[in-house]
Design a protein around this ligand. Structure first.
Ligand SMILES: [Fe+2]
Length: 291
């Protein structure tokens, strides 16, 4: 029987008593989607599933998305990405640690990512946490005057691969030639009303935005830094330490996330520091809301 309990942290709920290879009814999806929108993220425990079953599950949450960078796509499963440090591509520091900064998946696409899920296949002996920031709480706790201000603002975004400044260890978004050729700049509000739950949340205030409309570049950088610093305070952040078989799902429109720390490449897939997560992302609403 399905059991849903809060994590005890800043947000999130833990789901147990479910086998995704056989329990995917509309009633279960109704419980899961409601829990996701109430808690921002879910951790479904103890799943031993194939890639095909994982696909079937992810498709219940929306339309699967292919990442803009085709070399990140898994052979035979183009919507899936292997996140971690065990593969040839992961020898590139920027690929392996591209998610070790606060960001919002798909914020740089007109039709944004609504749900991202990470299935833990290999976990390191220590570390490897994913941090989730609750952007609904972050928005609701703003001073009234600041809340009124952000309500009216929009920002321009593009896909920015992180680079790390040697002195500051801060990401500097850049566009590679390939990204510049294939990605458009798009505009999003700084406060997003969730299309299903109706919650208002601060949206994507780090990594992809580079210009707040109506502000100078200097004002933009200062204001975004202020919002990011507010939204990522420990009181809004849940740190998930994986067990093999976990599926971490987050409401991408109402959260930001990051890998807690940068990691070294694993010498072998069996090394103590090996980390492998299967990622799938969707856009649009869960299927039960389309019926
Ligand atoms: Fe991400």
């Amino acid at each position: 029987m399905i059991n849903i309990q809060t994590t005890g942290g800043a947000c999130g709920a833990v789901v147990s008593g479910i086998d995704l290879s056989k329990d995917l009814t509309d009633d279960i999806m109704s419980d899961l989607t409601k829990a996701l929108y109430d808690h921002r993220c879910l951790i479904i425990k103890n799943q031993e599933i194939t890639k095909d079953t994982y696909y079937q599950f992810a498709k219940q949450w929306g339309d699967l998305i292919r990442h803009v960078l085709d070399y990140l796509r898994m052979p035979g499963y183009p919507e899936m990405m292997a996140i971690g440090n065990t593969e040839e591509k992961d020898k590139d520091d920027a690929v392996r640690n591209g998610a070790a900064v606060w960001h919002t998946d798909g914020s740089y696409i007109e039709d944004p990512t609504t749900v991202t899920m990470l299935h833990a296949i290999k976990i390191p002996k220590t570390g490897g946490e994913t941090l989730i920031a609750d952007m609904v709480q972050a928005y609701e706790s703003l001073e009234p005057s600041l809340k009124s201000k952000v309500d009216t603002l929009t920002a321009k975004h593009y896909y920015g691969r992180a680079q790390f400044d040697e002195d500051e260890h801060e990401p500097v978004p850049i566009r590679t030639k390939q990204q510049a050729e294939t990605n458009e700049i798009c505009e999003k509000p700084l406060v997003l009303k969730h299309p299903v739950s109706g919650h208002k949340a601060l949206y994507a205030v780090a990594h992809s935005p580079f210009q707040i409309n109506g502000m100078t570049e200097e004002e933009t950088q200062g204001f975004l830094a202020q919002l990011k610093s507010h939204a990522t305070q420990p009181r809004f952040v849940y740190a998930h330490r994986y067990e093999v078989g976990d599926i971490l799902i987050f409401d991408t429109l109402s959260t930001m996330h990051r890998a807690k720390e940068q990691m070294d490449a694993a010498e072998t897939p069996e090394a103590d520091n090996a980390r492998l997560l299967w990622r799938l992302s969707t856009k649009g609403s869960p299927l039960i809301y389309r019926k």
